[in-house]
Write a protein that binds this ligand. Structure first.
Ligand code: DI6
Ligand code: FE
Length: 412
């Protein structure tokens, strides 16, 4: 497939007729040179040396940093609308999983699809997310559950990044579920985790396919001890870790992850006070996933007030996946983080920019508009930042500058 990025015009020049979300009452200006932010501030303070650069008129748009979707399972085969129906009829997520549905049914469909098929299925989903101003995205494996099929997923993730000119961070989630061929074996779970740690992870890391390592630590997935085994293997390879922690129950996963300096703990509906304190000490980001909470019709809220009081940075993400969060709009997650989780608007917007970048270890290059950083920013057709959380189902993007190119709204 032909890369689309080559068709995007350069964003180099002087962007004016914009209002920076940080100071929306005055006209702002951004200077982009060789794809990076050269200068940003009030138009009235623009140094004369930049005044003659190629002009880009923002038409009064509000500007924020490019959004970062820091937790997705974007690459998989098939879809699972049938399980949605089962749950509507009363089945729980855990019951669906035990009945042979759940993650394992996506594993079947993912194994059956070849790389090009997976790419073709994931590409339109990525395009939907990009249309909301996403400039960096995490994509996890975890629907292959064997070396060959995890490799295939991660390769597709890398190819998507290259084709669309979007920053992709790959996360190896081999410890997502027990593959069917290990289920029912005497030491199936232990044997599979050995395979994950001793064969799959080292091989995929050597191929440059792994930016971070994640585990689904849960009653229906992997234990705390198994999680630690995977973390040790990641650390031995110098890879950062993150964790699906305390989504359905308090397993103590967040405290463990914090001990390993985790970039983030995600879901965390059942996070304890000890978990919060551990995350605070280690600087671990709390990733909130309102799409999964909503889809599962969960009622156990993550401990937002306590996280806020402790000063733990909170990110917000789609958790896009075929089972529990078939969400394709990060802005909708901003709305839901406010309405369902009671984040303030600034918290929710920080959650999809600066804190989301931190959750991926990308805070030096994403989540802010600052001199020296690659140019990733969004022009929005709104008057004030609160509108980004207020409207839902609307697509207010006017233009997107991604990696120094005008990826959307090229005539701006
Ligand atoms: N937690 C989730 O919400 C997803 N994975 C995970 O560990 C669900 C994945 C799925 O149901 O396919
Ligand atoms: Fe997830």
């Amino acid at each position: 497939m032909k890369p689309v990025i080559n068709e995007f015009p350069s964003a180099d020049g002087l962007w004016s007729g914009i209002r920076l979300a940080t100071d929306a009452n005055v006209e702002g200006a951004i200077v982009v040179a060789q794809g990076a932010i050269r200068w940003v501030g009030a138009r009235s303070a623009l140094p004369a040396e930049f005044a003659g650069l190629k002009p880009h008129d923002g038409g009064g748009a509000l500007v924020t940093p490019g959004l970062v979707d820091c937790h997705t399972h974007l690459v998989y085969g098939g879809q699972r609308a049938n399980e949605f129906a089962m749950r509507l009829a009363g089945a729980t997520y855990e019951e669906v999983a035990k009945a042979g549905g759940g993650i394992v049914s996506s594993v079947r469909a993912t194994r059956e699809a070849d790389e090009d098929t997976l790419f073709a299925q994931a590409a339109p989903r990525l395009e939907q997310l990009l249309a909301d101003g996403v400039c960096a995205i995490e994509i996890k494996s975890g629907y292959g559950l064997s070396l060959e099929h995890e490799r295939k997923q991660l390769r597709v993730a890398r190819r998507l990044g290259e084709a669309y000119g979007v920053t992709v961070r790959t996360t190896f989630l081999g410890a997502h579920a027990l593959p069917p061929e290990y289920a029912g074996r005497a030491n199936g779970s232990g044997d599979y985790i050995d395979l994950v740690c001793n064969e799959m992870l080292p091989a995929l890391a050597a191929e440059g396919l792994v930016d971070a390592v994640d585990v689904f630590c849960e009653r229906i997935a992997f234990s705390l001890a198994e999680t630690e085994q995977v973390f040790k293997a990641a650390k031995a390879l110098g890879l950062p870790v993150k964790l699906h922690a305390e989504q359905l129950s308090d397993m103590g996963g967040a405290a463990l992850a914090a001990r390993y300096g985790a970039l983030s703990c995600d879901h965390i509906e059942h996070l304890s006070a000890e978990g919060i304190e551990a995350m605070r000490r280690s600087g671990t980001v709390a990733v909130l996933l309102p799409g999964a909470y909503y889809t599962l019709r969960d009622t156990h809220l993550p401990p937002i007030a306590a996280l806020r009081a402790a000063g733990v940075p909170m990110a917000v993400s789609t958790d896009h996946n075929p089972g529990t969060s078939p969400a394709l709009s990060l802005l909708l997650m901003v709305n839901m983080a406010c309405t369902l989780f009671r984040l303030t608007v600034p918290e929710a917007l920080d959650g999809v920019t600066v804190h989301a970048a931190r959750a991926l270890g990308l805070h030096d290059t994403h989540g802010a508009i600052a001199p020296g950083m690659p140019a990733n920013f969004v022009l929005w057709n709104v008057r004030e930042a609160a509108e980004l959380a207020y409207w839902f189902g609307q697509q207010p993007v006017r233009a997107v500058v991604r990696q120094g190119r005008i990826a959307i709204g090229g005539n701006a």
